[in-house]
Design a protein around this ligand. Structure first.
Ligand code: ADP
Ligand code: MG
Length: 363
């Protein structure tokens, strides 16, 4: 791995003793990969980036990059931030208001001989599509353009790693999505290894080769988007990513043969031939199963009926909140040409590719 974090912990002076800001986080990024950290506010994302940048000392664990130890709590190694060659982009673009766009980009490459410096600035401005704005002042640019300049400035010194902390969160939604794709293209073109922080799932999916979900200082899963969505490692990840609910289920191997499914739910038997959990995995075979809105199909012919409690228009589809006669709630994505009313009973069927079960949790 190009970047590796091994059981990294960070504690703030005066922070809670039982609950470090970052707690035993391990992850790896290959060269040129983009990693994304996502999680609720206060879960430790910024602290983790700051630790990688060398701005916070490690209270435990080790960080290595390209074969070099950057920080090691045990041996006390702590490479200074300015010697790590790590670039950073923050939420507030933090451009120097009194410098031109070109001089902002040149800021980190003052040591280069003048011709090389101009060439590098030109190259970076071309990269972010803003060569025409070289002589302008930052305030003459839009928010999205300013953020692209901040990116150009961070990339100019050719950092070994780029850290981006919610770089788009001050921008409006449309622009954010476009910029996320653009930035991904720019990072790929330059072969830059990057670690991103966002609280926006779509952005995480648009950007990340690997995505990590954090909660209370811990990294609950570090995986590609597909695995995160279809094979969430914890209940928290399952709930945080995508729309879904947990519904009580029973695993019964004897019944499995008869009923053609391994997991019995209020929606009938679910089948996952590849990785059906064993009944012994849970006391009495009782567990909760994750049902995502994509797993529930509207089917008039289905004997299972559910009443529409809520519906939210999402363009090509509705997100329905449904209640079964047995009391369980489920969510369903339904194509928007099926416009049923709240209160109506509709037929539904579960079509689950991956049966994801967790230990039953008393509610
Ligand atoms: P996130 O970026 O995910 O919102 P942070 O890394 O900013 O989370 O914060 C993680 C935890 O550390 C929070 O509980 C926060 O209150 C605490 N924290 C952050 N910065 C400091 C600091 N400078 N001193 C003490 N506690 C801090
Ligand atoms: Mg933060």
């Amino acid at each position: 791995m190009y970047l590796s974090l091994e059981s990294v912990g960070v504690r703030y002076a005066g922070g809670r003793a039982d609950h470090p800001a970052v707690d035993a986080v391990s992850l790896g990024l290959a060269a040129g990969q983009i990693g994304v950290l996502i999680g609720p506010s206060g879960c430790g994302k910024t602290t983790l980036l700051r630790a990688v940048a060398g701005l916070e000392p490690l209270s435990s664990g080790r960080i290595r990059m390209d074969g070099q130890v950057l920080g090691d709590a045990e041996s006390g190694v702590q490479v200074l931030p300015e010697n790590r060659r790590i670039g950073m982009v923050f939420q507030d673009y933090a451009l120097f208001p009194h410098l031109s766009v070109a001089d902002n980009v040149a800021f980190g490459v003052q040591d280069l001989p003048r011709p090389e410096r101009s060439a590098r600035v030109q190259q970076m401005l071309d990269l972010v599509g803003l060569s025409h704005a070289a002589k302008r002042a930052p305030h003459q640019l839009s928010g999205g353009q300013q953020q692209r300049i901040a990116l150009a400035r961070a990339l100019a010194p050719q950092p070994r790693l780029l850290l981006l902390d919610e770089p788009f969160s001050n921008l409006d939604v449309d622009l954010r999505e476009r910029l996320a794709h653009e930035v991904r293209g720019i990072l790929n073109d330059t072969g830059t290894t990057a670690l991103f922080v966002t609280h926006d799932q779509l952005e995480a999916f648009a950007l990340g080769d690997v995505i990590g979900v954090m909660q209370r200082g811990r990294l609950e899963q570090w995986d590609d988007a597909y695995a995160l969505y279809h094979r969430p490692a914890t209940r928290f990840v399952a709930q945080f990513i995508g729309h879904g609910v947990f519904t009580p289920a029973h695993i019964d191997r004897a019944a499995a043969a008869d009923l053609g499914g391994c997991v019995q739910t209020a929606l009938g038997a679910l089948e996952d031939l590849q990785e059906c959990p064993l009944p012994e995995a849970y006391p009495g075979g009782d567990c909760d199963v994750l049902l995502r809105a994509d797993d529930i199909v509207h089917d008039d012919a289905s004997p299972v009926k559910a009443r529409i409690e809520r519906k939210a228009f999402r363009g090509s589809e509705f997100l329905y909140t449904l209640r079964l006669a047995s009391g369980e709630q489920v969510l369903a994505h339904v194509p928007s040409h099926h416009d049923h009313q709240v209160g109506e009973w509709i037929g539904i069927r579960a079509e689950v590719d991956h049966v994801v079960t967790f230990a039953r949790e008393s509610t």
